[in-house]
Design a protein around this ligand. Structure first.
Ligand code: PXP
Length: 238
């Protein structure tokens, strides 16, 4: 059975729209776990546009499954991670002007810097995942610098203009996942996955875990978070 980690950033986005204290991503995490989530993800951004430091501290105390902190490999974030000790860190590229993470890390061209970050995080007892595009050179570099997991960027697949294009991009994801597994990495997939485009992944052994946020939180507005999580798990595992 593949695992589902739920990203609750967008609950915080709604809260920050009013700069008040609700809705609370900490409460959302409890409900996602009740719905069967295997982990909770938050992205603490440099500009703190949604998740706040207080959220991370409370989530560390309350999450019963696994807490996955998405972050840029900056000295500030590495310091926060080593202090808070999430179960896993997912390193992502971060640009201030982007609406959401726009692509994978260029591990191949920043090996030394990222290797140092991976080493520091692992020494603190934290599992490390690298968010990468499904390209052989990025996967090889992720394995070479000692990552435990790779999360393959599914954003391009999610935005495919046609079913033919989506099928081709899905085959690329499958090949990338097989490559990563051969190198001993655990493979996750994430970004842009929703209740429609997840169907190709159903039952695929290549992917151990999924990281999904926006589509689940959007559905939760209508049906509630527990149900939205359950419905996604049913699509992933059948
Ligand atoms: N994985 C990574 C590395 C991300 O940056 C994001 C977005 O925060 C997600 C997964 C979740 O993407 P979405 O919100 O589109 O499901």
């Amino acid at each position: 059975m593949a695992k589902l980690e739920v990203n609750v950033d967008h609950v915080a986005t709604l809260r920050q729209a009013r700069l008040i204290d609700e809705p609370d991503p900490v409460t959302a995490a409890v409900l996602a776990e009740l719905g069967g989530a295997d982990g909770i993800i938050v992205h603490l951004r440099e500009d703190r546009r949604h998740i706040q430091d207080r959220d991370l501290t409370l989530l560390r105390q309350t999450v019963k499954t696994r807490l996955n902190l998405e972050m840029a490999a900056t000295p500030e974030m590495i310091g926060i991670a080593c202090q808070t000790k999430p179960d896993m860190v997912t390193l992502v590229p971060e640009k201030r002007a982007e609406l959401t993470t726009e692509g994978g890390l260029d591990v191949a061209n920043h090996q030394a810097h990222l290797q140092e970050a991976v080493r520091t995080l692992k020494a603190a007892g934290i599992l490390v995942s690298l968010f990468v595009d499904p390209q052989p050179q990025q996967i090889q570099a992720a394995a070479a610098i000692g990552a435990d997991y790779v999360e393959l960027h599914t954003g391009t697949y999610a935005e495919a203009a046609s079913e033919v294009e989506a099928e081709k991009l899905f085959e690329e994801l499958l090949a990338a996942a097989a490559h990563a597994r051969q190198l001993g990495l655990v493979v996750k997939a994430g970004h842009g996955l929703n209740y429609r485009n997840i169907k190709r992944f159903r039952g695929r052994k290549e992917f151990a875990e999924y990281s999904i946020g926006h589509s689940i939180i959007s559905r939760a507005v209508y049906v509630g978070l527990e149900r939205a999580v359950r419905e996604m798990i049913a699509l992933i595992n059948g």
